[in-house]
Design a protein around this ligand. Structure first.
Ligand code: FMN
Length: 253
């Protein structure tokens, strides 16, 4: 395979879209004010795709100027809602909107506009969460209620860019799925044949193409419950499924 060196402006190789819901600050007390802040809905939705997961924790890569980031720093809670691959029109309705009334120059240059009620703008329905204040999105098949564990500076090594992006480490405290996604015979497993995430690759939206590839995944041979060692104690009532084989030590060892 011939390789060529290139330097793309972005390295968005393909990650699931996440709709981050956060609580907006309470409106100013003056009821006659018509300022944009006054008109903001109780919650904001920030579409992102810079997210990775280990155990019951998630790291989010966020533009520091976003309303989502500001809300997270303030309330330290969010819900990570995962849209399915038929929800591209919803994500497009949210794209290039911000809940920040005064747009920063880089977002103005990219054609962003202020949107105070993103639920209305995208035709989405808020659902109350159980452990955090921000709502879930009823139309998303997956929703994870989270608390902020730590905010990390990203690109600290680069004096010109440090501070523009933050990496927000979230602790997942409650996980909801559409019951039709649950793997038959298990209490706590998602069936990957049924879950269809919406993927952003180089700013375009995709589904996973078709079913899995012709060979079984080698990683897939590891009993899934073995990974609970990274999740222990972080998801409330979760009991776990029975481990049939794997590398966890027996109790007492
Ligand atoms: C599909 C998609 C993926 C995006 N991924 C990210 C991302 O990973 N991080 C980020 O900061 N912004 C990302 N954006 C841009 C944000 O949506 C943008 O910063 C927006 O202002 C966030 O909304 P807010 O300002 O109301 O929080 C993405 C936008 C779209 C449509």
């Amino acid at each position: 395979m011939p390789h060529i060196p290139i330097s793309p402006a972005i390295l968005y190789w393909g990650t699931p879209v996440v709709l981050v819901t956060t609580t907006n600050p309470a409106p100013e007390p003056n009821p006659s004010s018509t300022s944009p802040t006054q008109r903001a809905a109780p919650a904001n939705i920030g579409p992102i795709s810079s997210a990775w997961w280990l155990g019951h924790c998630c790291m989010l890569g966020l533009d520091a100027s976003s309303a989502t980031t500001q809300n997270l720093l303030c309330s330290r809670q969010c819900v990570l809602n995962l849209p399915s691959d038929d929800m591209a029109p919803v994500v497009n309705a949210l794209a290039r909107t911000t809940g920040t009334p005064s747009l920063p120059p880089h977002k103005l240059a990219m054609g962003y506009r202020y949107e105070g009620d993103k639920f209305r703008a995208a035709g989405l329905t808020p659902l109350p969460s159980s452990l955090v204040a921000p709502p879930r999105i009823a139309q998303c098949p997956v929703a994870m209620e989270c608390e902020v564990a730590k905010v990390h500076t990203f690109m600290e090594h680069d004096a010109e860019r440090a501070g523009f992006v933050v990496a927000v480490e979230c602790k997942v405290v409650k996980i909801w799925i559409d019951e039709r996604l649950k793997m038959e015979g298990y209490r706590n497993r998602v069936d990957p044949d049924l879950w269809r995430p919406l993927i952003m690759s180089f700013q375009e939206l995709y589904g996973l193409s078709g079913r899995r590839k012709d060979r079984e995944s080698v990683l897939g041979a590891v009993e899934e419950e073995n990974y609970r060692i990274l999740a222990a104690g972080s998801s409330g009532e979760a009991e776990g499924d029975t481990i049939r084989s794997g590398f966890l030590p027996e109790e007492g060892q």
